[in-house]
Design a protein around this ligand. Structure first.
Ligand code: ATP
Length: 196
């Protein structure tokens, strides 16, 4: 099976994430997309204010009804920082016959050289990078540059980040155009973000 792996903090999940995953899955004919909320990425401060469990639940709620999308938990119970290479090795051990592609957007690729064992990572998985028309990738060593070039896909991206969503939630501004209603209900019931 062709599986897309989509990792993130999802703090919280928003339509920018869902749009990217749908676009790339359809373009590539992926059988499934496995969403992997993380307890904490090495390249950002851990979101101590909203637990991995809450963020995982919100991803589940947002994706319910999208048959192809699954949420998996290899990263939420690990102490942060969690590294993508370790998760990929773990998944390949369990499912050696799947063809895995790591889904990213151009917003993340700038940090790529700082990822743990990135030169091994590109041997283990394909990359699928949603980029706007005319996107110029940073200069990478030849092997990484070749993997990035092969993975680049021109994709409409929503101009939206979880940071913007958190700012709006904090100010109690309307967010129904940015985040699925079920997720907003969950945020409200659990009183998340309002005092961040
Ligand atoms: P924050 O604003 O807190 O940094 P974020 O919105 O970038 O968060 P992450 O959970 O850090 O969300 O991102 C997970 C993945 O989704 C990353 O690969 C990131 O590049 C991608 N992504 C985030 N926002 C968008 C967007 N609007 N369009 C496409 N991809 C996105």
């Amino acid at each position: 099976m062709k599986i897309g792996l989509f990792g993130g903090t999802f703090h919280p999940i928003h339509f920018g994430h869902i749009n990217l995953a749908i676009q790339l899955a359809e373009k590539e004919g992926l059988d499934e997309v496995w969403w992997i909320p993380t307890s904490g990425s090495p390249l950002r401060n851990p979101p101590a204010d909203v637990s991995a469990k809450h963020r995982f639940q919100m991803v589940e709620l947002a994706l319910s009804g999208i048959e192809q999308f699954k949420v998996i938990d290899p990263e939420i119970n690990k102490a942060p920082p969690v590294y993508t290479i370790d998760t990929v090795k773990q998944l390949l051990e369990k499912e050696p016959d799947h063809d895995f592609s790591l889904m990213l957007s151009e917003r993340t690729i700038g940090d790529f050289l700082a990822w743990k064992e990135v030169d091994i990572l590109v041997d283990l998985v394909n990359l699928l990078i949603g980029c706007k028309e005319g996107y110029l990738a940073p200069k990478f060593p030849p092997k990484i540059a070749a993997a990035v070039e092969a993975g680049r896909r021109v994709t409409p991206l929503f101009d939206l980040s979880a940071t913007q969503v958190r700012d709006r939630l904090k100010k109690k501004l309307y967010c129904g155009h940015l985040v699925p209603a079920k997720v907003l209900d969950y945020i409200s019931i659990n009183q998340l973000y309002f005092s961040v």
